[in-house]
Design a protein around this ligand. Sequence first.
Ligand SMILES: *[C@@H]1O[C@H](CO)[C@@H](O)[C@H](O)[C@H]1NC(C)=O
Ligand SMILES: [Mg+2]
Length: 272
Amino acid sequence: MAMARTMTLLLVAAALVVTSCGAWKVNIRMPTVAAMDDAMAPLIHALRPLLGSGRHAGVPCDSWRLGVEAYNVRDWKAVPASCEDYVGHYMLGSHYRRDSKVVIDQAIAYVDSLKLAGNGKEVWVFDVDETTVSNLPYYAKHGFGATPFNVTSFNAYAQEGSAPALPETRRLYNKLLSVGIKPVILTGRAEYLRASTATNLRRQGYSGWMTLLLKAPGFKGSSLAFKSSERQKLQDAGYIIVGNIGDQWSDILGAPEGARTFKLPDPMYYIG
Ligand SMILES: *[C@@H]1O[C@H](CO)[C@@H](O)[C@H](O)[C@H]1NC(C)=O
Ligand SMILES: [Mg+2]
């Protein structure tokens, strides 16, 4: 069976690790699943110290990040204090860029696979923060999300319009323009940030969007509710949402989501 072969390969690989550590030996011809479990469990413990990541409540930060990205960890208020360094390294090093590239490569392959009507009604929804532009200059000064979100200081930063582009997303954006899919910018930023947001986007090489939608002053609901209702309006006006991309699950959940959704990485904050 393929499964059994995979497990054997895993055990061979594991045995190599263990042998090189000189800790203990594994019998690679495991006769039963139970015996395999016995062999694997201590291996996982043996590998843990090699991860080199901080921990939160006994959970390594890379496992915490996976929990966040997979939407298993929800409603969190701040990055665990012990994971500040881990998240900082992730964001500033090549890992964040690489993870973003995987997402955008998939999105571009999806665009290439589409049979477009080309009727001017096909749109793609983009979020702003941590999607079209990066707020790393702000978050680097605020513990990479380890300190609770401060709307006053963040909005002051947003008003500068100085956030750099996320280059992978800009690549997708330009691809969409080239095939006639119209970008729609849909952000949970408040309406009064319209001018600074538009200026920021233009400075960073984004142009030609169909519309820029921001949260009206009176809106009381969640981000998920706001964004879903704006997408519904687009659909009611006859637009086809062929794609939707954001860094928060609340960008891409809630009907109508769009024909396909893409989740960019963001271990710094959670918006529901
Ligand atoms: C939030 O930021 C503002 C402006 O920088 C500051 O005056 C205020 O004390 C901050 N609030 C908290 C709770 O840290
Ligand atoms: Mg965002």
